[in-house]
Design a protein around this ligand. Structure first.
Ligand SMILES: [Zn+2]
Length: 293
């Protein structure tokens, strides 16, 4: 599913790989049924399926376009990749067709940007060629990824520490490094000529967010600073996969305060329809205001 909007001079598209009621709320260790029930009015039906008691989670990537520049942010799960999670395993989606429809066919993509290197954020970096080899999907693009997060995975594998990303590092990250297409993000303030870098560690070491400013408007690609809008109501809730729990909590609180103050359009990776929105202050905390497309 492809949806497009304008942010200042930039054309922004959300490209959804899939979404559905896939996650039990217990994926949040602080979950209490009455706390979710208290948010029922705005969670149902888009964000919570109470019949199954499952949160609706999306896998999406973002496309930023201006002139001939085509930036892909957090390129999803990818096709025919062996993964331990069944909903990510051996997919066969028509993402490349949607990319072409968006004017972002593989040869046109100029940058691929990643907030972090989990399997659901790197998959379309590569496709399988006829010889069964993983090769870069976007041959003319520079692939921009956080060095600290790359080093973390590289070091974990080197030391034989089991890491829960089902081999994504080897089939979706290392091939683009080996092809010489990667520029690591270290201390840059801006990348791809328009994205302001915000270090936002917590979900993984070296996780980042990226801000886009144009004609008085602001958008922020927040990666996995949150996985579900329930965390706007309950900012202290970490998802079970947040690797640095205390830092994740602290940085999420700061991110919410900053995003509420700036009024930026928040474009995360995993929110259900309408897939993005605004964080507004309200008595005692924050609320989610879904964006209109
Ligand atoms: Zn994710």
């Amino acid at each position: 599913m492809l949806r497009t909007r304008q942010l200042g001079e930039y054309r922004i598209s959300s490209l959804v790989e899939f979404y559905g009621p896939t996650h039990a709320p217990t994926v949040y260790p602080d979950y209490k049924p009455e706390l979710v029930e208290a948010q029922r009015d705005w969670l149902v039906p888009n964000h919570w399926n109470p019949v199954m008691n499952k949160f609706v989670i999306t896998i999406q990537m973002w496309i930023v376009q201006f002139g001939s520049q085509v930036i892909l942010i957090d390129p999803g799960i990818g096709n025919v990749k062996k993964r331990s999670t069944p909903r990510q395993n051996m997919l066969n989606n028509i993402i490349l067709v949607w990319l072409e429809a968006a004017g972002a066919s593989p040869e046109k993509v100029t940058q691929v940007v990643m907030t972090h290197l989990h399997s659901d954020h790197v998959g379309w970096n590569t496709v399988l060629d006829e010889d069964g080899k993983w090769v870069p999907t976007f041959p003319n693009a520079r692939y921009l990824l956080p060095k600290e997060n790359y080093d973390f995975w590289k070091d974990s594998y080197a030391r034989g520490i089991p890491v829960p990303d089902g081999g994504a590092f080897f089939d979706s990250v290392e091939p683009v490094v080996e092809a010489g297409l990667v520029d690591f993000i270290t201390t840059q303030k801006e990348i791809a000529g328009c994205l302001e870098v915000e270090p936002l560690t917590g979900h993984t070491p070296g996780h980042m967010a990226f801000h886009l400013h144009s004609q008085g408007e602001e958008g922020v690609f927040g990666g996995d600073v949150m996985h579900h809008p329930i965390q706007i109501a309950y900012p202290s809730w970490n998802i079970a996969f947040d690797m640095l729990p205390d830092v994740a909590r602290k940085n999420r609180a700061t991110f919410l305060a900053n995003t509420a103050r700036s009024g930026a359009l928040f474009m995360p990776c995993h929110f259900a329809p309408p897939f993005c929105g605004y964080i507004r202050e309200q008595a005692g905390g924050y609320k989610f205001e879904p964006a209109e497309w």
